[in-house]
Design a protein around this ligand. Structure first.
Ligand SMILES: Nc1ncnc2c1ncn2[C@@H]1O[C@H](COP(=O)(O)OP(=O)(O)O)[C@@H](O)[C@H]1O
Ligand SMILES: [Mg+2]
Length: 254
């Protein structure tokens, strides 16, 4: 059984077919790349997996359970974390507070206890604090923990977005263009981070235009073009596929 099963997903916006009969699997502990030209439907598929959009046809199974039709928060609590193509941080909060907010989402059901300041609630607050500090250390954000998110350079904002997503302890992480806008050294360290995240047992589905990054990182790649799955396979297979080169890769240096 795959961790995530995308089954015959079709999504239509007005008259536009954003996704047409798209199917593929993501297995546990894989890093799978989703690539394709602008407008191919990559972010739309992420929106469907995470519950922001509903498919017109098809099903999404996660851990063998159908998740399309469930609420966004429910899907998140089932273990699917994501970062968006556009940064969605609390800009006027510190780095630390942003990660704590990510944790609160995870522990929502216990919020009323915190209001009562019971001993259990205090213990839980301490746990959250320790957990947030651990995530900041892992993402190498510790020295920036008291900075306002708004003051971070773009690359670090992307890193923070992943730290927030990790706070909810996802089994599956959806990354939409995590290295876009980063310089080569920031990109290299982000790639290394994503590898380490996978080593911690998190499965990763990643949309990214940086082909060097995608090819070096992914076990398998799915190519979308105009809402249709063109081909899927190993990076080597994708690099050499005539249809992919024609539709997408063109003269990009691989
Ligand atoms: N909420 C929406 N309403 C209408 N059209 C949309 C919406 N979201 C995406 N689209 C359209 O669906 C197509 C796929 O978009 P998107 O999934 O963002 O592509 P990608 O992420 O691959 O660049 C595009 O033509 C886009 O304009
Ligand atoms: Mg997109």
């Amino acid at each position: 059984m795959a961790l995530l099963e995308i089954r015959n997903i079709t999504k239509i916006f007005g008259g536009l077919i954003a996704l047409r009969d798209v199917s593929f699997d993501v297995n546990s502990s894989e890093i799978v790349g989703l690539i394709g030209p602008n407008g191919a439907g990559k972010s739309t598929l992420f929106n469907i997996i995470s519950g922001f959009h509903h498919p017109d046809k098809g099903r999404i199974l996660y851990k063998d359970v159908q998740i399309n039709g469930l609420e966004i928060d429910r899907i998140a609590r089932m273990g699917i974390g994501r970062i968006f193509q556009e940064p969605t941080l609390f800009m006027q909060e510190t780095v630390f507070e942003n990660v704590i907010s990510g944790l609160h989402r995870h522990y929502q059901e216990a919020a009323w206890k915190a209001l009562l300041h019971t001993p259990g609630a205090n213990r839980e607050e301490n746990n959250k604090r320790d957990k947030a500090l651990g995530i900041l250390e892992f993402m190498e954000l510790s020295s920036l923990k008291d900075e306002l998110a708004a003051n971070l350079p773009h690359g670090w904002q992307r890193v923070l977005a992943i730290a927030i997503a990790l706070a909810s302890e996802p089994d599956l992480l959806l990354l939409d263009e995590p290295v876009t806008g980063m310089n080569p050294s920031e990109t290299a360290s982000m790639i290394e981070k994503i590898r380490q995240i996978r080593e911690r047992g998190v499965t990763v589905l990643i949309v990214e235009h940086d082909m060097r990054a995608v090819m070096s990182l992914c076990d398998r790649i799915i190519v979308l073009n105009l809402g249709v799955k063109l081909v899927e396979g190993t990076p080597d297979k994708i690099k050499n596929d005539e249809r992919v080169i024609e539709a997408y890769l063109g003269k990009q240096v691989l």
